[in-house]
Design a protein around this ligand. Structure first.
Ligand SMILES: [Cu+2]
Length: 363
């Protein structure tokens, strides 16, 4: 439960919006045929291995990643606790030069004769890591986009895109759970990424921004939440200058706010407040859009900043791993060539790569 895996989740579209324009699921046989089997499966007749395929739809300007089959086992639910099934990370080579401007996820039944969508509630989260680029602030691979059941689609404003190059390596990770105890033998995930091809109008180039109040590489960034009022903060130094165009975040129950401060003079730059139930459970965390076609919030190279979370735990006892807080959004670097390089030999980066998918989740 590390973080809000996607950064661009701040632009997550509503469920209603996500349903319009969605393409129907392909029929089961077409789905099964679209994902070729890895060579290792040949030695096991009748056995189907989970794999993935990338399709380029130039007419619609969409890249589709099809992955499967996944078996989603029905479980007897004795409590509300969700039994989650994590899938292995599937590596995918990005096929085109250009900019990604959104992300949506469908779950389809590979055993249906016709095209049949499975309940979106079965998707706990589906995300993409980018092994070819570093996070801005941490020695970690970029978490490009992710969605969960509450947010089936991410959509950037028109004329805005995240750059990806042909040959970039992405990792698809996901987690599912059953609905009503029913087992699905062969589910397929289709991730659709609308893209702006290189050579067309150059969009405003945005990059994911992520800052954690308790950054832990390769493990969970949750902490044990003490009773009463408390704060958790961590500082970072900007590696390059640029501006934040939009900022959201992720917190847990009993959080009051998360804010970004100038660590050198204590000035509050952005503060996101929570909406809580009367007993302190999280309803929503605010977000802030500075605007895409106007000035964003400037952050300056080599300057120190701080992320601070405020909590008020009314339960009277320590909540194990109860605290979590991060801010995530879209960032425009002044000069993208100054983006910090990913060093695959760095111990932190190695630890992070080994943990992709296991601590990333949307909720
Ligand atoms: Cu969390």
């Amino acid at each position: 439960m590390r973080r809000l895996a996607s950064v661009l989740l701040v632009f997550a579209a509503s469920r209603a919006a996500a349903q319009t324009g969605e393409r129907p699921c392909p029929a089961g046989p077409a789905l099964r045929a679209s994902v070729s089997q890895p060579a290792s499966a040949a030695s096991m007749p009748g056995m189907q291995m989970t794999s993935s395929a990338v399709q380029v739809d130039s007419a619609r300007r969409e890249i589709r990643i099809v992955a499967g089959p996944f078996r989603i086992a029905g479980m007897a639910h004795e409590s509300d606790d969700m039994m989650m099934m994590d899938t292995p990370v599937l590596r995918v080579a990005w096929p085109v030069n250009g900019w990604v401007r959104g992300y949506s996820v469908q779950l389809c039944d590979g055993d249906a004769a016709g095209g049949t969508a499975l309940a979106h509630e079965m998707v706990h989260h589906v995300g993409l890591a980018n092994y070819s680029r570093r996070e801005l602030l941490y020695p970690m691979v970029e978490r490009l986009m992710a969605v969960g059941k509450e947010t089936p689609r991410v959509s950037l404003p028109g004329g805005v895109g995240v750059p990806l190059a042909r040959g970039d390596t992405l990792g698809l990770y996901s987690a599912f759970h059953d609905v009503d105890g029913k087992t699905v033998e062969r589910a397929y995930v289709i991730v659709t990424l609308p893209w702006i091809p290189a050579g067309h109008n150059h969009p405003i180039e945005v990059m994911p921004f992520f800052a954690d109040a308790n950054s832990v590489i390769g493990g969970t960034s949750a902490w044990d939440l003490p009773p009463g009022r408390s704060e958790k903060s961590s500082e970072f130094t900007m590696p390059l200058s640029g501006s934040i165009l939009a900022l959201g975040g992720h917190v847990h129950d009993y959080a009051r706010s998360v804010r970004l401060e100038d660590a050198q003079n204590g000035k509050v730059l952005v503060r996101l407040d929570t909406k809580l139930t009367s007993d302190g459970h999280l309803i929503a965390l605010g977000k802030r859009v500075f605007g895409f076609h106007e000035e964003g919030l400037p952050l300056v190279a080599n300057h120190r900043y701080r992320v601070i979370a405020q909590y008020d735990n009314p339960t009277g006892h320590v909540l194990k791993q109860g605290g979590m807080a991060s801010m995530a959004g879209a960032f425009v670097p002044d000069d993208v060539r100054e983006w910090p390089r990913l060093d695959p030999l760095n111990a932190d980066v190695k630890r992070d790569i080994a943990s992709v998918g296991s601590h990333d989740m949307v909720q």
